[in-house]
Design a protein around this ligand. Structure first.
Ligand code: NDP
Length: 294
């Protein structure tokens, strides 16, 4: 068997186009321009790339996009003051503080300061709790993207056996909740789980969100399963550069799986597209409009 490659790039482009259509509609019909504020502390090169991409894509979707760059040694109170200002700003509907933050800052305090209605990263405890309770919530973008990619293969996830490997607040835990909302049967694995290969062998859907290059092997996978690889790992190459690999041994896995996401070109593409979705949804909710069609 050769797996179908799930084209995250094309699916994300389609999603961005649908967001842009809805943004144009709410502007025209309601005079509302959804606005995204991204806060970058320090100059981590990878974070700078992500922030640029978020800014560019928000603008391309017709949204307001506001970038705030602060020095790595910014005082926590100054960052909190900026968040308070963004919470009050009527042009801002989504606030994202790019993580990781420098060690001098207390990430939890910073996240908790964001107005939950504007928490488009879905990390505020109000949103995490609402999601866990099965209530409407702003959910983290990467897991949202994983669900959309899964649904590009399976019209419904109901009754499917899913395994999520990784239990971070950013990916694994919210993905578990979103899968439950889809009525999948979910196992969540982590560094203390035993016999991971056996757990994977039961799964119709495998989500790898670990941060360990090519950990999930081809012979762990049930023939025909759908494999969504969240991992982004940079490996050095012989010529001194780096190459990206996922948490799944792609070549082996593609011989067994029914469908699989590549790295790059899979989940990564969806994360920013889903950030735009969350910003649009937050803007509509704050303005008291019905939920948009994306
Ligand atoms: P974290 O480091 O926060 O979490 C990793 C998880 O993997 C933990 O729950 C850990 O378990 C688990 N784990 C570690 N080793 C093993 C093991 N041997 N077997 C089973 N589970 C293990 O990472 P993130 O969730 O933030 O990210 C995971 C990966 O996804 C990374 O490669 C990251 O770069 C990528 N990523 C990609 C995004 C995208 O847009 N495509 C967005 C966000 C992340 P424990 O809890 O027990 O420590």
């Amino acid at each position: 068997m050769t797996a179908r490659i799930i084209d995250g790039k094309a699916i994300a482009a389609d999603l961005r186009a649908r967001v842009a259509g809805e943004v144009a509609r709410v502007k025209r019909d309601h005079g509302l321009t959804p606005g995204l504020a991204v806060v970058l502390v320090g100059n981590d090169p990878a974070s700078e790339v992500y922030v640029r991409s978020k800014h560019k894509q928000a603008q391309a979707a017709g949204m307001g996009s506001f970038e705030h760059k602060l020095p790595a040694d910014v005082a926590q109170d100054d960052l909190l003051a900026l968040i308070a200002e963004l919470n009050r700003d009527p042009a801002v509907h989504g606030i994202l503080v790019q993580l990781p933050l420098p060690k001098t800052l207390h990430t939890e305090t910073i996240i908790n300061a964001i107005d939950p209605a504007k928490d488009v990263d879905g990390l505020h405890p109000n949103n995490a709790g609402r999601l866990a309770g099965g209530f409407a919530a702003l959910a983290p973008c990467t897991p949202l993207g994983c669900i959309i990619l899964s649904k590009s293969v399976h019209a419904s996830l109901e009754g499917l056996n899913a395994i999520v490997i990784g239990r971070s607040n950013l990916v694994g835990r919210p993905l578990l909740q979103l899968l439950l909302n889809e009525n999948a049967t979910v196992t969540i694995a982590h560094s203390r789980s035993r016999e991971l290969a056996k757990l994977c062998a039961q799964a119709d859907l495998i989500y790898a969100a670990v941060g360990r290059p090519e950990m999930v092997r081809g012979d762990w996978i049930k023939p025909g399963a759908t494999v969504i690889d969240v991992g982004i790992n940079r490996l050095p190459t012989a010529d001194g550069k780096t190459r990206l690999v996922g948490d799944v041994a792609f070549t082996e896995a593609a011989k067994v799986a029914g469908a699989i996401t590549p790295v790059p070109g899979g989940v990564g593409q969806m994360t920013v597209a889903c950030l735009l979705v969350n910003t649009l949804r937050a803007a509509c909710a704050i303005a008291g409009l019905v939920k948009p069609a994306v």
